[in-house]
Design a protein around this ligand. Structure first.
Ligand SMILES: Cc1ncc(COP(=O)(O)O)c(C=O)c1O
Length: 427
């Protein structure tokens, strides 16, 4: 906190451009924490909030419902194959807490007392609340709370750039899968496998090898373990398809959505469950099978209205198809970025790029300056007219999905300039 002094104050934003109180303009290179879809101040989205705000701004979802929440739930179920019902919350971490509770209680509801453990992948990230921290343990973020977190059964994740010595990328992936299978076979105490869908984002843009998620899904089915997929950062087109679970040919029992669900305008998240899970919560009142969970702003009508409009716009504008074309612009700059002497690896999928900085390219030693890389990149980025946020030694490019091709090229060129300029400050 001390190193930051005053923060840059953003006073307005239009499209992909953020303007600060001094009139400086920056391209929003992180889609306002990975949630912005259409750019800022989009008239259609703003109008949907205004219109809804004239009718109903908030109403409890305890014993009640509201039209926007109903409409949105129907749409979400329609576009999410295999899913049956929606449970709303107001941020991704809560959506994950709900996912974990649904998965654990499912086994209790059907009378299975043995399945009480959660399996996870190392280096995963699912949010900052205690349950979410427990299933997504990243040592740098959560180390101080380790004693308070519940234990999980963790498995390694293949990272092509950092495959341990004596393995190839392919046989290390197999090693990870074998480890999972052996543990699943040993004891049937695992209730659910929780993982990010398609890629680990906060963990450094670790894109899973093709087939990895599918194989985990198959192992879950084989050993009667629920699969919980976190689509909060990767869903709604970030990795180039609407939902990664479909692209990865995996069959989750529970999925969590957040971030881009509202287009980045209001706060809302959703946990979807298949029929098997939903039905297990149906019982007589005195059977106590219902889920004791709810938040004040669950199913907020304003957030639901803007989410519904956002999803209509995806369809009308054929956004996913457009992203697939635009994604190729990242590839155009790939070699140029990799050529920078402090860049060790560049990982890209859809509208997401992670640029791993190293001080020794050959030996892949991450840069570890005394000052924070994040602050240096923020400041140099700002001078170059872009808003960047790094995670550890990874420069993250996560622009609003509807960024124009020209703006995306500008963002990439300015990122290259920023890395080159910041180089002497971080080494
Ligand atoms: C994969 C994933 N899950 C969950 C979360 C938590 O979402 P929120 O910040 O809305 O609580 C994040 C946030 O970055 C995330 O990347």
């Amino acid at each position: 906190m001390k190193e930051w002094g005053k923060f840059t104050e953003i006073t307005k934003a239009k499209g992909v451009w953020l303007t600060d109180s001094k009139g400086n303009k920056m391209i929003d290179g992180v889609a306002s924490m990975w949630c912005n879809v259409w750019g800022h101040s989009n008239p259609q989205l703003v109008k949907s909030i205004q219109n809804q705000s004239k009718k109903l701004q908030h109403s409890s979802m305890f014993n009640l419902t509201n039209e926007p929440a109903e409409k949105l739930a129907n749409t979400l179920v329609k576009i999410s194959p295999g899913m049956h019902r929606v449970f709303y919350s107001d941020n991704g971490s809560s959506a994950m807490e709900i996912s974990i509770k649904l998965a654990l209680q499912y086994w209790k509801n059907i009378g299975n007392k043995k399945k009480t453990k959660i399996a996870t992948l190392e280096n995963g990230y699912h949010g900052d609340t205690f349950g979410a921290m427990s299933v997504g343990y990243v040592p740098e973020f959560f180390g101080k709370f380790k004693k308070q977190l519940f234990s999980t059964v963790q498995f390694p994740v293949p990272n092509k750039y950092r495959t341990p010595k004596k393995y190839t990328a392919a046989n290390y992936e197999q090693y990870c899968l074998d480890k999972i299978e052996k543990r699943f076979a040993k004891n049937d105490d695992i209730a659910a496998f929780v993982m990010e869908s398609g890629a680990q984002v906060a963990g450094g843009v670790i894109i899973y090898p093709k087939g990895f998620q599918k194989k985990i899904s198959q192992l879950c089915k084989k050993f009667n373990i629920l699969l919980v997929l976190d689509e909060i950062a990767t869903g709604f087109g970030r990795l180039g398809s609407m939902f990664q679970y479909q692209e990865q040919k995996s069959n989750p029992d529970i999925v969590a959505y957040g971030k881009m669900l509202t287009g980045g305008y209001l706060t809302m998240a959703a946990t979807l469950a298949n029929k098997k899970i939903y039905d297990s919560f149906l019982g007589e009142f005195n059977e106590w099978k219902h889920l004791f969970h709810g938040h004040t702003y669950t199913g907020n009508p304003l957030a639901a209205a803007v989410s519904f409009e956002n999803l209509q716009m995806y369809k009308k504008n054929n956004l996913i198809k457009k992203i697939q074309g635009k994604s190729k612009i990242f590839e155009k700059f790939y070699d140029e970025i990799l050529d920078i002497d402090i860049v060790g690896d560049v990982r890209h999928k859809g509208m997401l790029m992670g640029i791993e900085l190293v001080k020794d390219k050959k030996r892949k030693i991450p840069i570890s300056p005394k000052k924070s890389i994040n602050k240096i990149f923020f400041e140099v980025g700002k001078e170059n007219g872009i808003y960047l946020r790094t995670l550890g030694n990874i420069v993250m490019l996560v622009p609003p999905l509807a960024i124009s091709e020209t703006e995306l090229e500008l963002l990439l060129k300015r990122t290259i300039k920023t890395i080159t300029t910041a180089k002497s400050k971080v080494i």
